[in-house]
Design a binder for this molecule. Structure first.
Ligand SMILES: NC(=O)c1ccc[n+]([C@@H]2O[C@H](COP(=O)([O-])OP(=O)(O)OC[C@H]3O[C@@H](n4cnc5c(N)ncnc54)[C@H](O)[C@@H]3O)[C@@H](O)[C@H]2O)c1
Length: 297
């Protein structure tokens, strides 16, 4: 199947990798060549890791990267796509603008998906009225090449055929799909992101260091990764956008983004992707530097 992934960032590159390693023809699209190069580098790094672990041969990696993965900065490459998934910034207007263009570019049969964390699938579907039945949320989790869950989220307009197509497609990618209806944050983020926001508040109140908050939740609540490490992995711009969506959509003050989360975004301390968040990393997407807990409130 021909798959176009829009957005070569944190999530898009890894979603492209999942399709690639399951024998689809993949085109990764972003607005700048440097972003595409960064995405391809991450895919290459993951596949070479599999070679070192003897889970993939070097020949297969060369074939996948050389013959089955393309990159482009031109939206028109989606003109023969069977499936497109948008993985661009968490901004409704940007997403709608892309979808309206793709609606004109793609063939009639193309199924459209969004990897949005919390925005309305129904509102996105409504922006492409004559194809809204073919629009669905496929919410992968971070890191997408490893995490099994995909929330397959129906817009009010999504047809049963499109839902079944997406659900079966996710199963064929060795993912565990769950069926979800439209709602801010869907299932996981409605629980997870406010919990991270609370962890940020606990730190800002001076109760414990970032490391100790995570150790507490790992060993007291059975979490594999603590809330602040997870928040750094997701990216604080994404966390803030999700909290704002939950707050705006529900009007419930329990979803108010913590002011420190806002400050982190303003400082550009977005977590792993910029090399600094509640922990310090040796560069963008780098390894954690021991003892690098945030000390500013
Ligand atoms: N970060 C996470 O843990 C996570 C998890 C699940 C879902 N998501 C969702 O996935 C989406 C992307 O998040 P991310 O963390 O990968 O963001 P990111 O900032 O790492 O990447 C976004 C990419 O989209 C590109 N882009 C922007 N406009 C574009 C356009 N018109 N066409 C093509 N590319 C464009 C940007 O240049 C950037 O490379 C968001 O909707 C986010 O909510 C994120």
């Amino acid at each position: 199947m021909k798959v176009c992934v829009f957005g070569a960032g944190n999530m898009g590159a890894r979603i492209a990798e999942v399709f690639l390693t399951h024998d689809h023809e993949v085109t990764l699209v972003d607005i700048k060549d440097e972003f595409l190069a960064g995405g391809v580098k991450r895919i290459e790094g993951d596949l070479n890791f599999l070679v070192r672990k003897e889970k993939m041969t070097a020949e297969r990696v060369a074939d996948l990267l050389g013959n089955h993965l393309k990159t482009s900065t031109d939206r028109n490459v989606a003109s023969d796509a069977d499936f497109v998934i948008e993985v661009i910034l968490e901004n409704m207007e940007l997403k709608k603008d892309l979808l309206r263009d793709l609606d004109k570019i793609c063939p009639e049969h193309t199924i459209f998906a969004s990897n949005t964390s919390a925005l309305s699938i129904t509102e996105m579907a409504a922006s492409i009225p004559h194809r809204s039945d073919k629009f669905i949320g496929c919410h992968f989790f971070n890191p997408a090449q490893i995490m099994k869950l995909v929330e397959v989220t129906r817009a009010m307009q999504t047809s049963d055929e499109s839902f079944k197509f997406a659900y079966d497609l996710m199963t064929s990618l060795d993912k565990i799909p769950v069926a979800v209806h439209e709602g801010p944050g869907f299932v996981v983020n409605r629980i997870l992101i406010p919990m991270m926001n609370e962890a940020i508040g606990i730190y800002a109140d001076g109760l414990a260091s970032p490391s100790d908050i995570d150790i507490a939740m790992q060993n007291g609540a059975g979490m594999k990764s603590g809330p602040l490490h997870t928040a750094d992995l997701v990216g604080h711009d994404v966390n803030l956008a999700i909290m704002e969506t939950l707050y705006r959509e529900t009007g419930d003050p329990k979803y108010r983004p913590h002011p420190l989360l806002r400050k982190m975004v303003r400082a550009g301390w977005l977590g792993q992707k910029t090399g600094k968040g509640f922990f310090t990393y040796d560069g963008p997407f780098g390894k954690e530097v021991p003892g690098g807990d945030l000390t500013v409130r």
